[in-house]
Design a binder for this molecule. Structure first.
Ligand code: HEC
Ligand code: HEC
Ligand code: HEC
Length: 430
């Protein structure tokens, strides 16, 4: 009930702001300003190498390539409360892709969320982060994209209900929430910190997932990076808070998590984070990872719901709990013994595989077990590519009741907290 009320208020606000936006139409800079690279811009093969690096760091492929699909051909579905939109084809095909876009049109799309014909784009395309990129970098990305294999098939058309299919409604939203300036280095900070800030805020757009959103889907920048939601997965607090965020992680542990997807005593990354690591972060040079760490260290601490504090690894308590569980998670324990312990062990250390060392992970101390439920249903995002090393999907094997009992057992066993997952929540997560 409360959730519905929230949706309705949110939807009404978007429409109201949209209408204001439409009436501000004349004031919104929808023209096509000429753009030109600076004199420092690279040329030839160096420009393409830079463009490829930027395209990887910005993880364009995460949204514009479907699993098993052709690179950058689009077609990935984004399910929103009021319909579905599909990422477009951004290969250099002249009709289906962006082959005949001018530099100015491409820069306008990345910086102002405006399509070739002046239409407003939805912020599922994270242009509120990309708006901070420099013109040279945007043009380098375009130069690289013109070298990928053109694909002649257009992406499917969006399916949005009225009034959300009215793109001009986005104008009011942008007026409120779109940054107007590019990233400006902070001269009070060193070069590494500034490189990290550019990566976190602009290129690698960490805040698109890790910053909480308000009723109008806007990122709440006042509490930036304090934890968000991506398709039901919790993207944890990565501020410098000691209990909720990364305050008690070492630099080394953060770097391991970002480049390999697991960190000693802090578990693993699954779901959307694992994808960001596989497609993007694991391919960045160590200097970039170090820069990200340097910047994250200075993100102001934000705390939050005490239930979302991560519980530190405590092996003694864990051993004690291995023999006792409360009655309503007993069936979960049986499933764990049969289907999970072979990879994860009772101590969560991971048998034969570092990637399965889940002990100490934030997901395991969340009473709502959002990520545990999802990893059990979906398995590892790259399971097909590396079946022996990764987690299979259990969605078809277990009922909603089984998954709820299992998730509650995992939370109770590894953190000592009481899991609160219901079969209804598992059904919603499917
Ligand atoms: C989080 C997902 C996501 C990421 C990451 C992403 N995009 Fe997109 N992009 C989208 C979606 C969704 C749309 C369609 C928006 C709409 O229909 O209003 C889109 C639209 C676009 C468009 C407009 C195309 C057209 O035909 O109108 C361009 C250009 C584009 N993206 C380029 C990029 C580039 C370049 C990158 C990497 C720097 C990138 N995108 C990263 C989701 C994403
Ligand atoms: C596409 C969404 C997405 C993007 C982009 C993303 N993350 Fe994540 N991140 C997540 C999710 C979801 C999790 C939780 C994974 C889990 O519990 O298995 C996570 C987990 C993490 C963790 C582990 C935190 C903990 O308490 O265990 C760190 C650290 C992290 N992300 C840092 C970053 C940084 C830094 C960036 C940008 C360079 C980034 N993430 C970009 C979604 C994202
Ligand atoms: C074949 C080995 C394998 C089996 C079997 C397996 N897992 Fe996993 N599991 C992994 C790997 C590898 C990861 C690391 C995440 C990834 O690859 O996306 C993981 C991650 C996890 C996580 C961490 C999720 C997060 O967001 O931090 C949990 C919890 C988990 N598994 C629970 C289970 C449960 C419960 C079962 C039994 C139903 C199970 N696993 C079976 C290999 C396995």
């Amino acid at each position: 009930m409360v959730r519905w009320r929230k949706y309705i208020i949110g939807i009404c606000s978007i429409v109201a702001v949209g209408l204001v936006g439409v009436s501000c139409f004349l004031f919104w800079p929808h023209g096509l300003p000429e753009v030109e690279a600076s004199t420092a811009q690279l040329a030839g093969p160096e420009l393409l190498t830079r463009g490829e690096y930027l395209t990887v760091a910005a993880d364009c492929a995460a949204c514009h390539t479907t699993k098993g699909g052709k690179p950058f051909a689009g077609g990935l579905a984004f399910k929103l409360p009021f319909g579905t939109i599909y990422s477009p084809n951004i290969t250099p095909d002249a009709n289906a892709g962006i082959g005949n876009w001018s530099d100015s049109e491409f820069v306008r799309a990345m910086r102002s969320g405006v399509g070739k014909h002046g239409e407003d784009l939805y912020p599922a395309f994270p242009y509120t982060s990309y708006a901070l990129l420099s013109t040279d970098d945007i043009l380098a990305i375009k130069a690289y994209l013109t070298t990928v294999v053109p694909v002649a098939e257009p992406a499917p058309a969006n399916e949005l209900a009225f009034p959300f299919n009215q793109r001009p409604l986005m104008r009011g939203w942008k007026l409120l929430f779109l940054p107007r300036e590019q990233f400006e280095p902070d001269t009070g900070k060193d070069k590494i910190w500034n490189e990290g800030a550019y990566l976190v805020e602009a290129l690698a757009h960490c805040g698109e997932c890790h910053t909480p959103r308000g009723l109008m889907f806007q990122r709440k920048q006042g509490v930036a990076l304090s934890g968000g939601d991506v398709n039901g997965w919790k993207a944890w607090n990565i501020t410098s808070d000691k209990d909720h965020g990364l305050g008690n992680w070492s630099d080394e542990q953060i770097a391991q998590m970002l480049s390999a997807g697991h960190a000693k005593d802090h578990g693993v990354a699954a779901g959307p984070m694992r994808e960001a690591i596989d497609l993007s972060l694991s391919k960045l040079p160590k200097s970039d990872i170090d820069a990200i760490v340097a910047y994250l260290r200075t993100v102001p601490a934000v705390s939050g719901d005490p239930d979302l504090k991560s519980v530190r690894r405590n092996d003694e308590e864990l051993t004690a709990r291995s023999t006792e569980v409360s009655s309503n998670t007993r069936s979960g324990k049986q499933i764990y013994a049969g289907a999970c312990a072979s990879c994860h062990g009772w101590n969560g250390e991971g048998q034969f595989n570092q990637r399965a060392a889940i002990v100490g992970g934030h997901a395991l101390s969340d009473p709502t077990a959002s990520n545990v439920v999802r990893v059990v249903l979906q398995g590892s995002s790259d399971h097909e590519a590396a079946p022996g090393k990764t987690m299979p999907a259990f969605a078809k094997i277990y009922t909603d009741e089984d998954v709820a009992a299992l998730a509650n057992f995992v939370v109770e066993h590894f953190s000592g907290r009481k899991g609160t997952v219901t079969p209804e929540q598992v059904s919603e997560a499917r």
